[in-house]
Design a protein around this ligand. Structure first.
Ligand SMILES: [Zn+2]
Ligand SMILES: [Zn+2]
Length: 455
């Protein structure tokens, strides 16, 4: 099998892996980088040369996995897109929102090539989609060759899958992003219990050590405690969260805590637009498919309001009483509602900012975590320097599995080769060292951007 990682850098960027398996040309995911802009945010599609793509296998609907799908489909119109039923439901809303954001960035930041695709391009995707049920294989043929594809539950986010590709006597398992523990709104990953030849694995948490006393459950309790204490002292709480998945999970955590009287009952709760819109989709998915538990009555129970506001002065005026803001983006990317609220509340010691997921260190969220109370922090997009007075903290309730769990599950499948993708250099190194030590017969490949690799 020939592989090329089209993500331009060794990190969590625009996930896209090109694979030649028999006579099939396949892309695993087609993402966009949250850290870069313009054409630079796309995978290095130019490396495909004249390759005609047959199949695009989508693991899940986070933008780092689907953000460039309409762009590549416009140029590879023969390709078929395989995606789970739940991902198929949320895909248009997430991509349409991406177009809106790109249009804003074109106007505000002068990125001329934005939007990279249109609403019509997203609509045109529909005719290429082959929806997949978990555990139900699909056989695809080309010339005299055939390939079998099966999607498995990957936890992580609604609709997320790990994908098994079988060709002749070979099997390749692409993990996508994976979480084994159950979330409040979603069942954890269910990987096949069989041997596979090659595993292509995410490595997001490879350099993250979970402190023994900080289980996901105890971290959830600590988050609830921080919210309760902040509101009690008259402050507001900002929880930056990905609009798709994380935001709904946090709302469910708040709802459960309120039912147990662990949180104040009447604190106003604000969400941002995309996350709120997705509540409708999650409700539909919960009714139709198993494994998802999120109904839209939560908006009434929690009296959720949609947040609107840009600059710190206006937002400060809007905050009339202690409130909870569950807003995107999770990494406080510039000009998002979470970024704007952070700039408005950070200079008051009564407030708190609670990070609940991975923050790339080059994003404002990642940068902020290197600072301490008393330091000054520049909100570049607003040309505004704020003195940090608010409490800020990280809660380890990540949507990604701990590195040890992924390693254990990889070894259970006795692969001949493991390919490392979707992680920083340090994170990949941890997996590389552990795999070599625990099972020296496994060949480990650390993919370099845009370099061909024969596995
Ligand atoms: Zn993801
Ligand atoms: Zn990802």
């Amino acid at each position: 099998m020939q592989l090329i990682d089209l993500n331009r850098t060794k990190d969590i960027g625009s996930s896209c892996l090109s694979a030649k398996i028999g006579s099939f040309n396949i892309l695993f995911d087609s993402g966009i980088s949250p850290k870069r802009s313009g054409y630079d945010a796309l995978p290095a599609f130019d490396k495909l040369g004249t390759t005609v793509i047959d199949l695009i296998l989508i693991s899940h609907c986070h933008l780092d996995h689907i953000g460039s799908l309409p762009y590549i489909m416009k140029r590879q119109q023969q390709a078929r897109v395989l995606i789970t039923q739940a991902s198929h439901i949320v895909l248009p809303r997430i991509l349409n929102n991406c177009v809106t954001v790109m249009q804003l960035q074109r106007d505000e930041q002068g990125i001329k090539e934005y939007p990279l695709y249109t609403l019509a391009d997203i609509e045109a995707l529909e005719q290429h989609i082959l929806p997949m049920q978990f555990g139900k294989s699909r056989v695809l043929r080309k010339d005299n060759d055939e390939i079998t594809i099966t999607f498995f539950e990957a936890g992580h986010v609604v609709g997320a899958s790990s994908i098994l590709v079988e060709h002749k006597h070979r099997s390749i398992f692409y993990t996508g992003d994976v979480l084994f523990r159950d979330l409040k709104i979603l069942r954890g990953a269910k990987w096949p219990t069989r041997k596979v030849d090659t595993i292509i694995t995410e490595t997001t948490r490879g350099s993250t050590i979970r402190a023994k006393e900080r289980s996901a459950d105890s971290e959830t309790e600590r988050l609830i405690g921080t919210i309760r204490d902040t509101i009690s002292r008259g402050g507001s709480v900002l929880i930056p969260a990905f609009a798709f998945g994380r935001m709904q999970e946090i709302l469910k955590i708040i709802s459960c805590a309120r039912q147990k009287n662990k949180l104040q009952q009447t604190t106003p709760i604000f969400c941002s637009g995309l996350g709120y819109g997705l509540i409708e989709d999650f409700d539909f998915i919960s009714k139709k498919l198993s494994g998802v538990n999120f109904r839209k009555r939560i908006t009434k129970e929690l009296k959720i309001k949609i947040f609107r506001g840009n600059n710190p002065t206006d937002i400060k005026k809007q905050i009339q009483e202690p409130s909870i803001f569950v807003l995107s983006s999770g990494m406080l990317v510039e000009n998002t509602s979470a970024y704007n609220v952070a700039s408005a509340i950070i200079d008051d010691h009564k407030n708190a900012i609670c990070f609940v997921g991975f923050c790339d260190e080059t994003t404002p969220g990642g940068e902020l975590q290197k600072y301490s109370q008393g330091d000054s922090f520049l909100f570049k997009a607003q040309n505004y320097v704020a003195k940090i007075a608010a409490k800020f903290d990280k809660f380890d309730i990540s949507g990604h599995a701990d590195r040890e769990e992924i390693l254990k599950n990889i070894l259970t499948m006795s692969p001949r080769a493991v390919v490392l993708v979707h992680g920083e250099e340090d994170s990949r190194n941890w997996f590389m060292d552990e795999l070599i030590e625990l099972s020296p017969s496994i060949q480990v490949f650390d993919m370099n951007p845009c370099e061909e690799c024969l596995v």
